[in-house]
Design a protein. Structure first.
Length: 381
């Protein structure tokens, strides 16, 4: 099988790489993370002007019709720069849910804005008690004459603090963990009863908990058929997992390169510490983990847009497990190789390590996906 990028895909990756190198230094990133917005509005505008926010959408909705491979090219380079912009949340997951579940009118209303970068979307699927089970939803949507009343709480909504549109899951029927009875709703954050409790995350981004206090919405806020959202959420979360795997590869590559440079420059007993055999072995182990992770990221990108199947589920679970385990290994061993400076806030490696740990926990950690993979081993199509 040929895993080489086509000429167009390579041009796309080179475009993102130049943009990140030219405009996203570590010092600038620290400054962006401390602002109220939490990222660079100018960089987000550049992404949209270059058409990068339109990559995964159909051409009739203002997109380029890109596949998981094109998304991989973008996400890997954004990972190298530890970019804080909500590309995953708005373009991949938020846009994907609208494209998959929304009516033609809803798609035409929202997706051109998402593709152009003018409309930022945040997605609330997780709740304080749900761990990684996206069917574990206590938020309720009670039907009314005018539409629905939503009550509940969504946890760790990355980018929710500045989103123009919130997409949340809510239970319209069934018990707390049933797959049936889940629905998706698109909310204006300014709607009465919507409360956003903002906070920074460990990797420098901004998130929030979204509290819904008897929020009244019209019937047009429902995305897709009532009670049928579970399969859509699972599928689009799979696309987001593939994108996260691609981002992680970019983060890991930079973390390893940074560690290698440090081992060459840092001296002890008059020689670079990179000459010590134990550290050379550690670098080999880190590089081996990266190669396995890269292979799984490529595989996950190749199936990200395929129809849902047991095989697709297996591949994505295996990829997230390998990526999570490799990321944690590289983060921990990179810190060990650096010594105390590896955990210093002013030194960039600490931020790469934090991002790798955060990626492991987004949409299920390595242990969760190992369990998922094991449960699918004997499941037939």
């Amino acid at each position: 099988m040929d895993f080489a990028l086509t000429e167009e895909q390579q041009m796309l990756q080179d475009t993102v790489a130049r943009l990140v190198r030219g405009e996203y230094s570590f010092e600038k990133r620290l400054g962006y993370s401390e602002t109220e917005l939490g990222f660079s509005a100018e960089f987000w505008q550049h992404l949209s002007e270059l058409g990068l926010t339109a990559v995964p959408f159909d051409e009739e909705l203002g997109g380029f019709g890109g596949t998981g491979v094109e998304v991989q090219s973008v996400m890997t380079e954004l990972g190298r720069g530890l970019c804080l912009e909500p590309y995953l949340q708005s373009v991949i997951l938020g846009g994907g849910l609208i494209a998959h579940a929304g009516t033609a009118a809803q798609q035409e209303h929202w997706l051109p804005g998402v593709a152009s970068g003018e409309l930022k979307v945040a997605v609330g699927l997780q709740e304080p008690q749900s761990y990684y089970n996206l069917n574990d939803v206590q938020t309720r949507a009670e039907k009314t004459d005018a539409g629905y009343t939503l009550s509940g709480r969504k946890a760790v909504v990355i980018g929710g603090h500045c989103a123009d549109l919130l997409i949340v899951s809510a239970r319209t029927s069934g018990d707390e963990r049933d797959a049936g009875g889940l629905s998706l709703f698109a909310l204006d954050p300014a709607t009465a009863g919507v409360e956003r409790r903002n906070y920074p995350t460990m990797d420098g981004a901004k998130g929030c908990d979204v509290v819904l206090n008897n929020v009244q919405v019209g019937a047009e806020a429902l995305l897709g058929d009532e009670g049928q959202a579970s399969a859509i959420i699972e599928y689009q979360s799979g696309r987001a997992i593939a994108a996260l795997c691609a981002e992680a590869v970019g983060v890991m590559e930079e973390a390893i390169a940074m560690t290698l440079d440090y081992l060459k420059a840092r001296k002890q007993f008059g020689v670079p510490i990179g000459q010590f055999q134990v550290l050379q072995h550690r670098m080999v182990d880190m590089s081996s983990e990266l190669e396995q992770a890269r292979s799984m990221a490529i595989l996950s990108a190749s199936v990200a847009n395929n129809e849902q199947s047991t095989e697709r589920k297996r591949i994505l679970a295996a990829a997230k497990n390998v990526i999570g385990r490799a990321g944690q290994f590289i983060a921990e061993n990179g810190i060990q190789s650096h010594g105390g400076i590896g955990m210093t806030w002013e030194y960039s490696f600490a931020h790469y390590a934090k991002r790798l740990i955060m990626i492991n926990h987004q949409l299920g950690d390595d242990d969760h996906h190992l369990e998922q993979f094991a449960g699918l081993l004997h499941v037939e199509e």
